[in-house]
Design a protein around this ligand. Structure first.
Ligand code: AP5
Ligand code: MG
Length: 187
C-alpha cells in the first residue's frame, strides 16, 4: 500500500506515521528526515539543502526527487511505503505519479491532517528543532499555504484524498487515521 501523509508543519505527520507504519508493516519515507540525515552526514546534498531548510523554504525539486526515486527501487518498498512530507508541491505530486506508474504501483490514498496555525505554532515552539524559530515557523506555514495546499486539490480530483482532524491527543488522531485506512481497505 502506498500512502501519502500530508499536513502543515507540526500537524503530526511524523508522530502518526511512526504508528501507522508499525501497524501496516510498510517503510516510512520522510523527506525531511532524509534531508536532516544528509546534513548530519555533511554530504553534498545536505550542504545544498541546508540553507533552504533553515529559511523554511522548500528544497529544490530535483534534489528531493533524486532522494525518492533512488529509494523506490529498493525491494523493501515493493509492498508499499508511507510518504511523509512528500509531495510538497503540485510538480512533485505529478512526478510521484509518474514514478509509481512506471512501477505499476498507483498511490492508494492521501491522508491529510488538519490543524489550525495557532496550535501548530504552539507545538513547534515547544519542540525546538533548528527550523522551529518563530520566523521560520511563519515562513513554513506560508509555504504550506501557497505551495502544498494546492496538492490537496490535485489529489481530491483523483478521488484519493481523505482528511482527518489532527487535534486532540496523538491516540485520538491515530484512531481517526486507522479508521480512514480501514475504510479504504474495506471498500
Ligand atoms: P519536514 O521535516 O517534513 O517538516 P514539516 O513538514 O515542517 O513538519 P514537521 O516535521 O515539523 O511536523 P510533523 O507534521 O511531522 O509533526 P510532528 O509529528 O513532528 O520538512 C522540513 C524541511 O525540509 C522543509 O521546510 C523543507 O525545507 C524540507 N523538505 C522536506 N520535504 C521536502 C520536500 N518534499 N520538498 C522540498 N523540501 C522539503 O509533531 C510536531 C510536534 O508536535 C512534536 O513535538 C510532537 O510531539 C507534537 N505533537 C504531535 N502530535 C500532537 C498532538 N496530537 N497533540 C499535541 N502535540 C503533538
Ligand atoms: Mg515531520
Amino acid at each position: 500500500m502506498f500512502i501519502v501523509f500530508i499536513g502543515p508543519p507540526g500537524a503530526g505527520k511524523g508522530t502518526q506515521a511512526e504508528r501507522l507504519v508499525e501497524q501496516l508493516k510498510i517503510p516510512h519515507l520522510s523527506t525531511g528526515e532524509l534531508l536532516r540525515a544528509a546534513i548530519e552526514d555533511g554530504s553534498d546534498l545536505g550542504r545544498q539543502a541546508q540553507s533552504f531548510m533553515d529559511g523554511g523554504q522548500l528544497v529544490p525539486d530535483s534534489l528531493v526527487l533524486n532522494l525518492i526515486s533512488e529509494r523506490l527501487d529498493n525491494p523493501e518498498l515493493s509492498a508499499g511505503c508511507l510518504f511523509d512530507g512528500f509531495p510538497r508541491n503540485v510538480q512533485q505530486a505529478g512526478l510521484l505519479d509518474q514514478l509509481l506508474d512506471h512501477r505499476n504501483r498507483p498511490l492508494d490514498m492521501v491522508l491529510e491532517l488538519q490543524v489550525e496555525d495557532e496550535e501548530l505554532t504552539r507545538r513547534l515552539l515547544a519542540r525546538q528543532r533548528p527550523d522551529d524559530t518563530p520566523d521560520t515557523i511563519a515562513e513554513r506555514l506560508r509555504v504550506y499555504a501557497n505551495q502544498t495546499a494546492p496538492v490537496l486539490e490535485y489529489y481530491a480530483r483523483q478521488g484519493k484524498l481523505s482528511s482527518i482532524d489532527g487535534n486532540g491527543s496523538p491516540e485520538d488522531v491515530f484512531a481517526r487515521a486507522q479508521e480512514a485506512v480501514r475504510q479504504l481497505t474495506s471498500s
